[in-house]
Design a protein around this ligand. Sequence first.
Ligand SMILES: *[C@@H]1O[C@H](CO)[C@@H](O)[C@H](O)[C@H]1NC(C)=O
Ligand SMILES: *[C@@H]1O[C@H](CO)[C@@H](O)[C@H](O)[C@H]1NC(C)=O
Length: 239
Amino acid sequence: MRASVFASVALFAASALGGVLSPSPVEGRELKISRCDVSSATLPLPAPGTTAIAAPNVSVAKPKFIAVGLGVQNYTCNAATGTYTSAGAVASLFDISCLASSPLFPHIQDIAFALDQAGPIAAKTLEAILGAVCLKLGDHYFVTSPSGTGISPKFDFTKSMHDSNAFVLAARAGGVAAPNTAEDVDWLQLSNVQGALAKFVYRVQTKGGQPAKTCAGTEFSSVPYAAQYWLTAVSGFYA
Ligand SMILES: *[C@@H]1O[C@H](CO)[C@@H](O)[C@H](O)[C@H]1NC(C)=O
Ligand SMILES: *[C@@H]1O[C@H](CO)[C@@H](O)[C@H](O)[C@H]1NC(C)=O
């Protein structure tokens, strides 16, 4: 296990460094953070044509940022039904746009998740690689919904982009069960409600994050997960 984890670290680092050595940075204010052009990258969807997630119309909404998110999905127990309900999430979002053409790309979230779970040394190594090489784009967390009731997901790049409008507060537009295992959180399409960062946010290639099937009382559960987040832009956003 340990050997394979560190082999993964080495591969991940080599791949990440390879990406950074040959980036094709996009023009404009995004130059404040180092990124590669992903406008022609293809969003992975479970089964094209049969999914509740609508693929972005690339002639109007091109991929702009691709991040690996690493964090937790939180749940509170609904005592009446004995099942967990979502209570938001907290994740750090690291830029993986320069890895989009790497053979490792579809597996980045699995590698990140495995390293994060493999113990303190692997997790520290991962943090160093992601933070130094992949660059932290921002944070994903939940805030009170604009209506005043419930919570809404927010993707906040205001620090890395030095721009108070570089965020998107979103609402769920569609979702589908993750294709691989029941332990992975759903793949989602979220749509912009506020902010200038992106029109749509897709959560795909999920790893982990599902709560236990049943619960009791007022239990709280915080379940580690990783996922790819694809942010797509249209004119008027960071396009
Ligand atoms: C995508 O958007 C373009 C421009 O608005 C439109 O002409 C085209 O029909 C759209 N395609 C789909 C599949 O919706
Ligand atoms: C989620 O749980 C973590 C602890 O695992 C906590 O730090 C975080 O504040 C919680 N976030 C929300 C929105 O409940």
